[in-house]
Write a protein that binds this ligand. Structure first.
Ligand code: C5P
Length: 233
């Protein structure tokens, strides 16, 4: 699968209102073709905005990290599929992943699994009752996701190189924690440049603040797309 460099950049619309998001989308114009809508915007009118973006020919990643009983997951995924979005996240629990994959059927929606949240370390897992280290649990869940037919994984770019052999050559690896050289890291702990993430076999890069908080967001997006294009050749 050869993706267009521009389509590999997903801009996280981590903004408080639809008005703010629409202003950012207008500033970014044709430079950006793929947007991520998370909790903050989804619960502030972001779902109709997602549909509007799809109607305007953009792709949307709905980052809802779903986890519930199978029946509830199935019904939710059916409703999400009707929005026309491209990616939806679920937590990588086998029952949840099975229900999501079954409900998406052969529609265009792609299900991404979150293996272990990147804010978790081994002590957090122990506190949550797991007898695994983070790398062990990430690898175990990636193998389960592959066997269940999950379309992609959300992982740090650092994890991508290790997950590629487990998840296989066609599984999608979607990586946040991207920082162009010289930009602010913010609260991200495990960061990589766009070029390094592509080299580590990431398919899609999720970028928030380096674009939406930039003085010139369009220029920042263009520079990242150029870096992706260069790294992908
Ligand atoms: O602003 P920044 O580029 O750090 O934004 C990254 C985006 O990716 C945010 O929307 C964040 O919630 C999301 N994300 C992440 N780490 C994960 C999963 C999602 O940073 N493990």
């Amino acid at each position: 699968m050869k993706l267009n460099p521009k389509d590999r950049l997903i801009v996280a619309l981590d903004l408080p209102s639809v008005a703010d998001a629409e202003a950012m989308i207008a500033r970014l114009g044709d430079s950006v073709s793929f947007y991520k809508v998370g909790y903050q915007l989804a619960f502030a009118g972001g779902l109709p905005l997602a549909q509007k973006l799809v109607g305007a020919g953009k792709q949307v990643f709905l980052d809802m990290k779903l986890h519930d009983i199978g029946n509830t997951i199935s019904r939710g995924v059916e409703s999400v599929a009707k929005l026309g979005v491209t990616f939806l996240t679920v937590h990588a629990y086998p029952q949840t992943m099975h229900a999501a994959v079954d409900a998406r059927g052969d529609r265009g929606l792609r299900i991404l699994a979150v293996t272990v949240l990147t804010s978790y370390d081994d002590a957090d897992l122990a506190a949550a009752g797991y007898d695994f280290t983070v790398p062990e649990l990430v690898a175990e869940r990636a193998a389960q996701a592959r066997d269940i037919g999950i379309d992609g994984l959300v992982c740090s770019a650092e994890e991508a190189a290790n997950l590629r052999p487990i998840f296989g050559p066609t599984g999608l690896l979607v990586t946040p924690g991207i920082r162009p050289a010289g930009s602010d890291t913010g609260d991200q702990k495990r960061i990589m440049t766009p070029a390094a993430a592509i080299a580590a076999s990431a398919d899609y890069l999720v970028v928030g603040r380096p674009i939406v908080a930039a003085a010139d967001p369009k220029h920042a997006a263009d520079k990242i797309v150029a870096e992706i294009a260069q790294a992908a050749t």
